[in-house]
Each structure stands twice: as structure tokens, then as C-alpha cells.
Ligand binder design. Structure first.
Ligand code: FES
Length: 166
């Protein structure tokens, strides 16, 4: 994932930063160099736990799109499937919008990339499909793991499987 345009402020960049801090602290501890009071440091590993990183949404009753700006998720029901995709364009992380052409897909205002409702790339400067979060059914809800997402060019099998059927 590229975080070129996040400037350290998007949640994915923060997670990467917290992970780096955690690994650094673990390396210090392993080397016997942990500073006094290290136990009072934040607990990023716990914050990164899968359980806390999951968000749940009701399974959409019909085809449509829900933007969750806080978690940077686009939830889509389309063609008997539900997808949870990253809000940011895979090219340079610009927030995607509904395609104003009315296709039901998505549009990037920065370099005019277009995507189908399922996240498949149609045209523009991007070089892959929209990234998809890991998703699972949980009763009448879908659970989306905000720490796990797949890029279609490097993880095509996982990307294709990142959906539920309804
Ligand atoms: S940032 Fe979306 S196409 Fe460039």
C-alpha cells in the first residue's frame, strides 16, 4: 500500500506507524534496552488486535453504497455480493466518490480513474482495482477487518474472495 498522500494522518498510516513503534519497543526489550517505565507506553499491539479492528454493518437489504468516512470504508451491495473497499484510490490515496456519470461505480477526482461498483478498474491513471478489506458474514451483519485488505495486482486470489454472497 502506498501512503504517499496520507501525510501520516490517515488510519492506515497510523496503524503502520504504531506497528513500527511496537516493533521498535520489542527490539529494545529483547536487547535489554527497554527504558524505565516502558510498561506505561501505549499498547499498540493490543490496539491492532483483530477483534478491535473489526467493524460491523447490517447486511444491506438491496443494492447500494454506504460511505463510512470515519473508518475509510465503502460498503457495497451489488449483483448478489457485498464488498467492503478502501475509500482511498489505489493510485495516490485520494478519497473516491460515487461516479457522477451515474454508473453506480466510483470516481477519483484527482486523475479521473473510474471503477465499477465491485471495485474493478475501468479507466484512468490507477493501475489496479480498488482495494478490498477482508469481510465475513456474522449473522445479519458483515464484519470488516480494517487491518486486512487485499490489492488485486499482488493478491488476486484473496482479492477476488474478499466478498460475501447474499
Ligand atoms: S489518485 Fe486516483 S487516479 Fe490518481
Amino acid at each position: 500500500m502506498s501512503s504517499d498522500d496520507c501525510s501520516g494522518s490517515c488510519p492506515l498510516a497510523r496503524r503502520a506507524f504504531l506497528k513500527d513503534v511496537s516493533l521498535f519497543a520489542a527490539a529494545l526489550a529483547a536487547a535489554g534496552l527497554a527504558p524505565r517505565g516502558a510498561s506505561a507506553l501505549p499498547q499498540p499491539i493490543r490496539a491492532l488486535s483483530r477483534e478491535r479492528a473489526e467493524v460491523r454493518y447490517p447486511i444491506p437489504a438491496k443494492d447500494g453504497v454506504r460511505f463510512d468516512d470515519e473508518n475509510e470504508v465503502i460498503l457495497v451491495r451489488f449483483g448478489g455480493r457485498v464488498y467492503a473497499m478502501l475509500l482511498s484510490c489505489p493510485h495516490q490515496n485520494t478519497a473516491l466518490k460515487l461516479d457522477p456519470a451515474g454508473s453506480g461505480g466510483f470516481y477519483c477526482t484527482k486523475h479521473e480513474s473510474r471503477y465499477k461498483p465491485s471495485g474493478e478498474f475501468i479507466s484512468g491513471r490507477a493501475t489496479r482495482n480498488m482495494d478490498r478489506f477482508a469481510i465475513r458474514r456474522d449473522g445479519a451483519s458483515v464484519a470488516v477487518n480494517l487491518d486486512v485488505y487485499f490489492e488485486s495486482d499482488s493478491e488476486p486470489t484473496q482479492w477476488a474472495a474478499a466478498m460475501i454472497t447474499v
